[in-house]
Design a protein around this ligand. Structure first.
Ligand code: AHG
Ligand code: MN
Ligand code: MN
Length: 336
């Protein structure tokens, strides 16, 4: 019987290729992340049967009501990743501060940031949801990292990825040498390489934006969307299509498959907070994936991966996807 390339095999072979002599710490770290994603995928699939739907009755640091699955996924991630000796600390959307590892576990050289459950509002309606993660190197000599140790621009990410819990459970991963997609094969309990070397087209015919916020958008974003909506009759001379899944992981996976633009841009409603999406565990890892697949990611005025972070839960405007479209939107911002 033929078994395809498992994610573990893939990572180890990738390390042999690019980091000869590596001790394998990194592949072990990714395999723990993978176990966490499998466990979350299982809970998601059982849904009401496992009593994981609905509200937890608590709020996170952003003042958002937590779903039971937000809390559960966060706990799963901590439990799977704290014991192995590869990490020095973790941080998550669902925790105010840096998560220090319990004293009994050895300290490693990496930092892990994650959004345990992206698209929480989709949980109870059986919509697509996912998990996003980002791996940074812990600064040399630091064994009990503080917030400052996490404040590294996205260009410093060692790896990033997302798991998508949709009709299939898919893991998309980059370690800085392209993007690869793996599908969870329930019969063997492993993620198997199904989407090698993902590349998105430079041109797009689809855009994703929450148009309920249209009246709050800045002029450059309004201009871009108006031109898309004008279709064949407008300056773009072709028709566009619109999709919005309510979970960035779902929209971004579509972009990786067939191109397009995803935006949660600056708007006058979220101006004070800096944006809607969080830099460290949403915008950065997703931008790393998008760039590695040949796309681009910007706030409108700055490359997302170049932002010097100022806080764990900092928010930023996000515009990403097919390169030519993103460059057009950047040009509109420059023109004002
Ligand atoms: P989260 O569930 O982790 O809070 O993130 C949800 C994010 C993102 O995934 C999605 O694209 C966006 O918020 C949805 O925003 P709207 O509620 O405005 O549709
Ligand atoms: Mn999210
Ligand atoms: Mn979340």
């Amino acid at each position: 019987m033929y078994v395809g390339t498992t994610v573990n095999q893939f990572i180890i072979e990738e390390q042999r290729r690019y980091a000869a002599g590596a001790r394998g710490d990194f592949s072990l770290l990714i395999s723990d992340i993978v176990i966490a994603c499998k466990a979350i995928s299982n809970a998601v699939r059982r849904g009401g049967l496992a009593d994981v739907l609905g509200h937890a009755g608590t709020e996170n640091v952003q003042g958002e009501a937590q779903k039971k699955l937000d809390v559960l996924s966060n706990e799963v991630f901590l439990r799977c990743n704290q014991w192995g000796g590869r990490l020095a600390a973790m941080a998550s959307e669902e925790m105010v501060d840096v998560y220090r590892l319990p004293a009994q576990y050895p300290r490693g050289k990496y930092l892990l940031l994650f959004d345990p459950l992206d698209g929480s509002t989709n949980v109870d309606v059986n919509g697509v949801i996912g998990t996003i993660f980002s791996v940074l190197r812990c600064p040399e000599g630091v064994t009990e990292p503080h917030v400052e140790d996490f404040m590294q621009p996205g260009t410093q990410q060692i790896a990033a990825g997302m798991a998508i819990y949709g009709p299939q459970t898919i893991l998309v991963l980059t370690m800085g040498h392209g993007v690869n997609g793996f599908t969870l094969d329930d019969t063997i309990g492993e993620f198997v390489l199904t989407h090698p070397d993902m590349h998105m087209p430079a041109e797009a015919v689809e855009f994703a934006i929450n148009s309920a916020n249209a009246r709050f958008w800045a002029p450059p974003v309004k201009r871009y969307i108006d031109e898309c909506l004008a279709g064949k009759d407008g300056p773009r001379g072709r028709d566009f299509n619109m999709r919005w899944m309510g979970a960035m992981v779902g929209d971004v996976y579509r972009l990786l498959c067939r191109g397009g633009v995803f935006m949660y841009p600056w708007d006058s409603k979220n101006a004070e907070r800096g944006g809607k999406l969080r830099l460290m565990y949403e915008a950065n890892p997703i931008s790393f994936l998008i760039e590695q697949a040949g796309g681009a990611a910007t706030t409108g005025t700055q490359r997302i991966l170049d932002i010097k972070p100022s806080g764990l839960h900092q928010r930023v405007p996000v515009i990403l996807g097919s390169k030519n479209e993103v460059e057009r939107i950047i040009a509109y911002h420059r023109e004002g």
